[in-house]
Design a protein around this ligand. Structure first.
Ligand SMILES: Nc1nc2c(ncn2[C@@H]2O[C@H](COP(=O)(O)OP(=O)(O)OP(=O)(O)O)[C@@H](O)[C@H]2O)c(=O)[nH]1
Ligand SMILES: [Mg+2]
Length: 340
């Protein structure tokens, strides 16, 4: 059941104070939570906008594909309008926002592109617009969504899907090769273009490693790969601070997606062999602990919510901590099997 509807006008997350915020009912509890709003905006922007009525070039409003995020326990479903305005719904936790996708798109398109007035010019119109949408969506929820009992598919397979992402050249494909074949090759450098899915039998379970392509142009594909993940692994090239900021952006765009709600996370800071001219097997502890602090601050890992997570330094090259990574994967896989 939908609980709130809100609208943000303005798009620059660096200027949150400039943002105009509306909601219905009006006591939307998180209106003043800057961190939440910041995270909301960090989660935007991966999809290209889709126009809903394709054969009409004169639409005033272009509406994006809706996006589902879970932030501070709020089940949020939102879409952007002309990339400047965000209209979002907040559902109860057990609701599946995608049940509302088509109807929400249809309603918005109808209100925005077939009415003669523009709701965003006057405050009173925005409020009316939100109330109307809210009432229609509630009715739809009562009459359509809640009416059909959901069928729970209880599949008892022992396949664990691990979604592995991170920007290019972090070492994702090298890690998958290391796990699958035990090998590492410095000269192996083939940027991944499609999903690279490798299966590894591990005791009584089959591990499906979904290795994503990390180059900028291919990052949109991540959204096609995240469904039904049991474990997420995010990999950073710890030896390349020039790309920490880019890597952080890529991380937060994905992490709070609805599809990944509650899914445990392992963060790997890879290539530690390149740090502090390590020729030894294990890196210098002091140096690593400084780097860890820096990574936590830069990536704002303390803001991670809704899941269990672990952080680990690795070197796929020297095999450093790869066994620990596998141990973490097994722990999470075991918990997952107990829960399902
Ligand atoms: N020194 C060092 N190099 C590594 C390590 N892991 C991977 N590399 C190298 O980094 C380069 C990129 O590795 P890939 O595994 O292809 O990186 P990727 O994350 O799969 O990249 P995309 O597929 O483009 O997303 C390769 O030349 C690897 O040999 C490591 O632990 N240490
Ligand atoms: Mg790769």
């Amino acid at each position: 059941m939908i609980q709130y509807i809100f609208c943000f006008i303005g798009n620059d997350i660096n200027e949150l104070d400039e943002l105009n915020i509306y909601s219905y009912p009006e006591n939307f509890p998180f209106l003043n939570d800057k961190q939440l709003i910041k995270n909301f905006f960090l989660g935007q922007g991966l999809e290209t906008n889709v126009q809903i009525i394709k054969n009409n070039n004169h639409l005033k409003y272009t509406i994006s594909e809706p996006k589902a995020q879970v932030l501070k326990g709020l089940n949020i479903f939102s879409m952007s309008i002309n990339q400047k305005i965000h209209v979002g719904l907040i559902f109860e936790q057990h609701d599946n926002p995608f049940d509302y996708r088509e109807y929400f798109l249809e309603l918005l398109n109808e209100y925005l592109n077939s009415e003669s007035f523009s709701p965003f010019e006057e405050e009173i119109n925005i409020e009316n617009f939100l109330i109307t949408l809210f009432i229609d969506l509630r009715r739809y929820g009562d009459e359509v969504v809640e009416k059909y009992p959901k069928i729970e598919l209880m599949t008892k397979t022992n396949t664990i899907k691990l979604f592995l992402f991170g920007i290019d050249a972090a070492g994702k494909t090298s890690l998958v090769r290391r796990i699958k074949t035990g090998e590492y090759d410095d000269n192996f450098f083939t940027p991944t273009r499609k999903f690279n899915i490798e299966y590894v039998q591990d005791d009584n379970r089959l591990l499906a490693l979904w290795d994503m392509p990390g180059q900028q142009n291919f990052r949109k594909k991540w959204l096609l790969g995240i469904q039904d993940s049991n474990i997420i692994t995010f990999m950073i090239d710890a030896a390349n601070p020039n790309r920490f900021e880019e890597s952080k952006q890529a991380f937060w765009k994905i992490l709070n997606r609805y599809e990944l709600y509650g899914v445990p996370l392992i963060i790997l800071a890879n290539k530690v062999d390149l740090i502090n001219n390590m020729s030894k097997d294990a890196p210098d502890e002091h140096h690593l602990s400084q780097l860890k602090t820096r990574l936590f601050e830069t990536f704002e890992f303390d803001a991670i919510e809704n899941r269990e997570w672990k952080f680990l330094f690795t070197s796929v090259k020297t095999n450093f901590n790869i066994d620990t990574f596998i141990r973490y994967v097994r722990e999470f896989a075991r918990k997952n099997q107990h829960e399902s």
